[in-house]
Design a protein around this ligand. Structure first.
Ligand code: CP
Ligand code: NVA
Length: 312
């Protein structure tokens, strides 16, 4: 396995990695995926342990990490919010120092990005961001793998994201910027992505020829798109505002009328979980254009690449 020179690095945002590093991780993911399909073991992390802290619920992240860790020969440890002292007041700093004595890496899903950054800063082991309110970098990396597989390349590939300018939108903008994609985020006023994150992605885009754009004209944006992507209108932690958000975002649903405007080539992506009849229809989710289950599978392959590259 090729050494990417990333040992000891944390994976907190896509922005932290250079275009060459992102490409190296994607190539490694492809290699590990092919090996797994041939049922060839790659126990490159034998004898290591990875803790997985979940302060929010999960299906894909939990299962894909747990199985991926086992496939790399390491021991996974699942810790829900109810299992550890963090939720009842132990500090991030103390948690980071203690966990560093037991395990070789921490994957954490939580609310504040700052908590993930602090865990990495105070601990002595790499930390992987398994989703925060502002970023979902494992999703972004694995989505780039899926797009590369289905569209043949990333450079110049046009991805139109429709809906809430959330954590997933941010990581897609960042991975698009690092890989030369044309990312258009379509959201109504009040639901646009974070200005600073987009400005930073637009700056990164200069080095790769990527284009990162914002618009509220979805019908115009999807013309000629290679990928249409959406995510829930109500992210974890926003449940109390569900009805208001649904009303504000209802015109951003990915349905068969929208696909018709894009053309037959278009692939549909969704990080899942999906909410049928809200951000996407069941018909589109299960249409021949949909690659959502390949996308879900690729979480595991991309995350194995991240772990194989950063854990010493
Ligand atoms: N896409 C994703 O992260 O799914 P889970 O919330 O089920 O982990
Ligand atoms: N934006 C969603 C993604 C879930 C994987 C959320 O944060 O709930």
């Amino acid at each position: 396995m090729k050494d990417l020179g990333l040992t000891g690095r944390s994976f907190l945002t896509i922005h932290d990695f250079s275009p060459a590093e992102i490409e190296g991780l994607l190539d490694l993911a492809t290699e590990l995926k092919a090996a797994q399909k041939r049922r060839e073991p790659r126990p490159v992390l034998a004898g290591r342990a990875v803790a997985m802290i979940f302060m929010k619920t999960s299906t894909r992240t939990r299962v894909s990490f747990e199985i991926g860790i086992e496939q790399l020969g390491a021991q996974p440890m699942f810790l829900s919010a109810n299992d550890i002292q963090l939720r009842v007041g132990e500090t991030i700093k103390d948690t980071a120092n203690v966990m560093s004595r037991y395990v070789d890496c921490i994957m954490i899903r939580t609310f504040a990005q700052q908590d993930v950054e602090d865990l990495a800063r105070y601990g002595q082991i790499p930390v992987i961001n398994g989703l925060t309110d502002t970023h979902h970098p494992c999703q972004g990396l694995s989505d780039a793998l899926t797009i590369r597989e289905h569209c043949g390349k990333l450079q110049g590939t046009k991805l139109v994201y429709s809906g809430d300018g959330n954590n997933v939108a941010h990581s897609l903008a960042e991975v698009g910027a690092k890989t030369g994609m044309h990312v258009v985020i379509c959201s109504p006023a009040g639901y646009l992505p974070d200005e600073a994150i987009i400005a930073r992605a637009q700056e990164d885009a200069k080095a790769t020829g990527a284009k990162i754009e914002l618009t509220s004209d979805l019908q115009e944006a999807v013309k000629g798109a290679d990928v249409i992507y959406t995510d829930t209108f109500t992210s974890m932690g926003q449940e109390a505002d569900h009805d208001v958000r649904l009303a504000a975002l209802k015109n951003y649903q990915v349905n068969s009328e929208l696909l018709a405007l894009a053309g037959p080539q278009v692939k549909v992506m969704h990080c899942l979980p999906a909410h049928w009849g809200e951000e996407i229809t069941e018909e589109v989710l299960y249409s021949p254009n949909s690659v959502v289950f390949d996308q879900a599978e690729n979480r595991m392959h991309a995350q194995k690449a991240i772990m194989a590259a950063i854990i010493s």
